[in-house]
Design a protein around this ligand. Structure first.
Ligand code: ATP
Ligand code: MG
Length: 549
């Protein structure tokens, strides 16, 4: 993913290739299909695919679908779409559930070797027997069942002879190990639940910590990259590979997960936001999901550049979401055409401009990127400006429009405020101005100085548009994995909808087209709500930031 030493996994791979320990780098991205991918997963995707690409290896997309209770085919489809959108192509597409037969055989092998036993203790009892960090665990009374008995019971578990929770299969490792993960972890449990892939074939399912190393070994994965919380699982990972006599020996490496300010980063929490109606689906532009970021208007290029900057380390920290915003601004600066949009319109009538006349003015599409050319925009007697760009009684240092003041209209003329028109309730309904024909933009006119330049849209041809403006989804930051009520911190003002106008030439925009609206920021045409009669622009990010790299 990058060429700096801050990626310590890359350095390990280089040394493995040099020493001949690894012939070909094989990685995998192993999501559980229990939700949509979020920006944290992008770190893992970029790392796994990026490293294999760099060293001409291979990467599998593997669905870790060993828990049918939470998994769904909808997520399988969405995850593939997100990985592709980020720009990666997998070599193999696999499902952990495709290996259920092998996993079962390996469990039987452990039983035959006296390294696994069927336990009748309840989940609560197992927890109590496990001990604590300071006390050793206690052996289950069922720990010393004979191989024959274990085999017969495990077979009966498979054949549906027991209820959920009645029995489990445990690895026989060491109840006194200082590493609690080695105190006879459960490796198979009973769940009478149909599986999205295997249907009713199984009523016992392998546990993640048993299944994962086998999946890696079956696929010949060389470097199994996971997040830091699995570090203490590594001894059991190696135990499974060795005792199940797997021909390939993958190695597990851990890196720090991504956390971002002002959001939550776990599928479980994100699912709750969706299920309880806090957001409009997994792809809501407020969500930190890949699909949400895409709909908001983020680009894969911006996301990849962001991860290059933060690098890969062995510690997880919290990254300021302003940093992610910085990278989308950078990416769109040269790419997105500039245009004018009035989000909160106020009508201005230019009383000395000829009635029924429309003239076309030239406007550059991106002054920072001349290749983007110029467009023609209409100008006429009636225009819209931003309501906040006018004040009847301006405070000091307010240089925009107010009675008697002159401002520049971007790409057009100077106008001067002559009169305010109000309705019977005293609400301002329009402003009357005069314009100076000598001051046309590009005419070289330079005689007077004005202190403000306003954006505007010609009224008769302006196109109605909806603007969706966003604030952070979560007001306070939550500790990951802490079960505090993050829902209490959901920002009720994370979405504001405004109705205004865009330039006439934006009538035909397509979903996902991106623009910079002068002074307002970068916007994306919403793919979900957009139609011929409804233009919806999602604000990706505003123009200004105090963030410094
Ligand atoms: P979640 O709690 O959000 O469901 P998970 O780790 O359970 O996360 P998986 O579907 O198991 O999600 O993740 C697939 C891969 O993505 C794993 O290798 C996991 O370590 C990695 N991953 C998940 N979240 C992050 C994150 N915040 N930062 C970096 N990598 C992550
Ligand atoms: Mg998970």
């Amino acid at each position: 993913m990058e060429n700096t030493s801050s990626n310590f996994i890359r350095n390990i791979i280089i040394s493995d290739l040099e020493s001949g320990k690894t012939k070909e780098v094989i990685t995998r991205f192993p999501p559980e299909p229990n939700g949509y991918l979020h920006i944290g997963h992008a770190k893992s995707i970029i790392l796994n695919f990026g490293l294999a690409d760099e060293f001409h290896g291979r990467t599998n997309l593997r669905f870790d679908d060993t828990n049918p209770l939470k998994e769904d085919a909808e997520y399988v489809t969405a995850i593939q779409e997100d990985v592709k959108w980020l720009g990666y192509e997998w070599d193999g597409l696999f499902f952990a559930s495709d290996y259920f037969d092998t996993m079962y055989e390996k469990a039987v092998l452990l039983i035959q070797k006296g390294l696994a036993y069927v336990d009748d203790l309840s989940a609560d009892e197992i927890r109590t027997y496990r001990g604590t960090l300071t006390e050793p665990g206690k052996e289950s009374p069922y720990r010393n069942r004979s191989v024959e008995e274990n085999f017969a019971l495990f077979e009966a578990m498979k054949n549906g002879k027991f209820q959920d929770g009645e029995k489990v299969l445990r690895a026989k490792v060491d109840m006194a190990s200082p590493n609690i993960n080695l105190r006879d972890p459960v490796i198979y449990r009973i769940a009478h639940v149909p599986h999205h892939n295997t249907g009713d074939k199984w009523c016992i399912y392998p546990m993640y910590t048993f299944a994962h190393p086998l999946e890696d070994a079956i696929e010949g994965v060389t470097h199994s990259i996971c997040t830091l919380e699995f570090e203490d699982q590594r001894p059991f990972y190696d135990w499974v590979i060795a005792n199940c006599e797997m021909p390939n020996v993958p190695r597990q490496y851990e890196f720090g997960r991504l956390n971002l300010t002002h959001t939550v980063m776990s599928k479980r929490k994100l699912k709750q936001l969706v299920d309880e109606g806090y957001v409009d689906g997994w792809d809501d532009p407020r969500m930190p999901t890949i699909s949400g970021l895409r709909r908001r208007g983020y680009t894969p290029e911006a996301i990849i550049a962001f991860f290059k900057e933060i690098g890969v380390s062995k510690t997880s920290g919290v990254v300021d979401s302003a940093m992610l915003e910085h990278f989308i601004r950078e990416d769109l600066k040269m790419k997105a055409p500039r245009s004018m949009a009035v989000i909160d319109p106020l009508k201005v009538v230019i009383i000395n401009y000829p009635k029924d006349q429309i003239e076309m003015l030239e406007a550059d599409n991106n002054p920072e990127n001349e290749k983007m050319g110029i467009r023609q925009i209409p100008f006429g007697r009636e225009i819209y400006i931003e309501r906040e760009d006018f004040m009847e009684e301006p405070p000091k240092k307010y240089h925009r429009l107010y009675p008697g003041n002159e401002v520049r209209l971007r790409h057009a003329y100077f106008i001067k405020c002559e009169e305010i028109i109000k309705d019977e309730n005293g609400k301002i309904i329009e402003i009357h101005c005069t314009y100076d024909p000598e001051t046309k933009s590009g005419s070289g006119f330079n005689a007077r100085k004005v202190k403000a330049t306003l954006h505007w849209v010609e009224a008769s041809q302006a196109v109605l548009a909806e603007f969706h403006l966003y604030n952070p989804l979560i007001l306070d930051d939550e500790e990951e994995n802490e079960d505090s009520h993050f829902l209490d911190h959901v920002n009720p003002e994370a979405l504001t909808i405004k109705h205004g106008f865009v330039e006439e030439n934006l009538k035909q925009v397509k979903p996902q087209e991106k623009f910079q609206f002068l002074r307002h920021g970068y916007f994306n045409v919403d793919p979900k709500h957009h139609s011929e009669n409804r233009l919806v622009f999602n604000r990706i990010v505003s123009l200004k930031s105090s963030f410094k790299l």
